[in-house]
Design a protein around this ligand. Structure first.
Ligand code: ASP
Length: 326
C-alpha cells in the first residue's frame, strides 16, 4: 500500500550549499526540491517548504505553526506519517515540542544534515531517505516523535546534539538510540513506557534557562525575579546542587510564584535531592524547586513552556514537568 507522507522542509544545513570560500548559506531554492520523489512509488510525498530558516532562527511560534500544520494535514489528507527537515542546532527542541503537543499515533520524524548539499560526503539526502523509511514504518507508530540521523533512531525526549560538525552528532546519553536503520530496514529494539501530550493553541514567552557554575553570580537570576517572568529552568551542578550565593535570588523567584525547575548540567543521569548541605538538592527541594528527572536544560525549558502554555500551574505543573524518566 502506498504511504502518504507529509514532508515539511524548514531549512537548516540540509537545505543549504557551500560557496567557493567554504561558507554555508541558504539559497533561493532548497536543494532537496530537485528530488520530487526519490525513494520510489511506495511513497507519496506531500512536500511543503513551510520555512527556509537556519534553526537558530526557530522559536516556539514556528514550532506551534508546525504542530498546527501537522494536525490540519492529518484531518484533511489522511497522512500516514510526517517528515520534518530541520537545522540541527535546535532540532531537538522542535522535536520535543511536537512530542509534547501532537496527540497523534502516526510517525513524526525529524532529520537534518551536518554537511550541506554540495559538500563531499553530504548526509542530507541519505538522512532524508531514512527519515521517510521510518515515517512509513508501521513499527514507528505510537513511538512518539523521532529523530533519525546517521542510521540511528532516537526519541525526541532524550536525543541531543553532541558534536559541532561530526555526522554522528545526535546521541541519547544514558539510554542510547531506540532503533537503527540497517540498509533499508527500520528496526526498533526499545520503546519509551509513557507518553504525555497537552493541547495548546498559543505559546507563552519569558521562560528562561540558566546554567550553574562554580561561584555562580546571583545577579542574572535576581534580574529574572520580576512579574514578567513566567518560568525559570536551571542546569544545576552534579546530582542537583547550586552554589549558596544564588539562594536568595531563588527565594525571590519562588516568593513571586515563578516556577523554578532544576535539571543537571551533567548529560548522563538525573537530578535528585541527594545532598543536605546549603544549596544542596535537599534544601532546594524544600524551598519549592521542581526537579525534572532526565531532561537536559533546553528540553526542560520546552516542557515548562508547554505546561505553562496549556494553563497548568502549581502542583499540576510541577508534576507534568518533573516526570520524564519512563
Ligand atoms: N546551523 C545549522 C542550523 O541549525 C546547522 C545544521 O543545520 O546542521 O540551521
Amino acid at each position: 500500500m502506498v504511504k502518504k507522507i507529509l514532508v515539511l522542509h524548514t531549512g537548516g544545513t540540509i537545505a543549504m550549499s557551500e560557496d567557493e570560500n567554504g561558507a554555508v548559506a541558504p539559497g533561493a531554492e532548497n536543494p532537496l526540491n530537485q528530488f520530487k520523489n526519490p525513494f520510489g512509488s511506495e511513497y507519496e510525498l506531500l512536500i511543503e517548504n513551510i520555512f527556509n530558516i537556519p534553526s537558530p532562527h526557530m522559536g516556539p511560534a514556528e514550532m506551534l505553526q508546525l504542530k498546527k500544520r501537522i494536525m490540519e494535514a492529518y484531518e484533511k489528507d489522511q497522512i500516514d506519517g510526517v517528515v520534518i527537515t530541520h537545522g540541527t542546532d535546535t532540532l531537538e527542541e522542535t522535536a520535543y515540542f511536537l512530542d509534547l503537543t501532537v496527540p497523534l499515533k502516526i510517525p513524526i520524524v525529524l532529520t537534518g544534515a551536518m554537511r550541506s548539499a554540495n559538500e563531499i560526503g553530504s548526509d542530507g539526502l541519505y538522512n532524508f531517505k531514512t527519515a521517510i523509511l521510518t515515517a512509513a514504518s508501521p513499527e514507528a507508530r505510537g513511538m512518539g516523535v523521532l529523530v533519525v540521523m546517521n542510521d540511528e533512531i532516537h526519541t525526541a525526549r532524550y536525543v541531543t546534539k553532541t558534536h559541532t560538525t561530526n555526522v554522528a552528532t545526535f546521541r541519547t546519553p544514558t539510554f542510547g538510540p531506540i532503533g537503527l536503520i540497517l540498509r533499508d530496514e527500520v528496526r526498533f529494539f526499545e520503546k519509551l513506557l509513557h507518553h504525555v501530550s497537552l493541547p495548546i493553541d498559543q505559546v507563552v514567552d519569558h521562560v528562561y534557562l540558566f546554567k550553574a557554575y562554580a561561584g555562580m553570580d546571583p545577579e542574572l537570576l535576581e534580574m529574572a525575579a520580576t512579574s514578567k517572568t513566567n518560568g525559570v529552568v536551571i542546569e544545576a551542578l552534579g546530582a542537583g546542587n547550586l552554589p549558596p550565593r544564588v539562594l536568595s535570588a531563588l527565594e525571590k523567584l519562588l516568593a513571586l510564584k515563578i516556577p523554578v525547575v532544576l535539571v543537571s548540567r551533567s548529560f548522563n543521569g538525573i537530578a535528585q535531592e541527594v545532598y543536605a548541605y546549603p544549596g544542596g538538592g535537599v534544601q532546594l527541594k524544600q524551598m519549592g524547586v521542581t526537579f525534572c528527572h532526565g531532561l537536559n536544560g533546553q528540553k526542560a525549558r520546552i516542557k515548562l513552556l508547554v505546561g505553562l502554555s496549556a494553563g497548568l500551574s502549581g502542583k499540576e505543573l510541577a508534576t507534568f514537568v518533573s516526570e520524564a524518566i519512563s
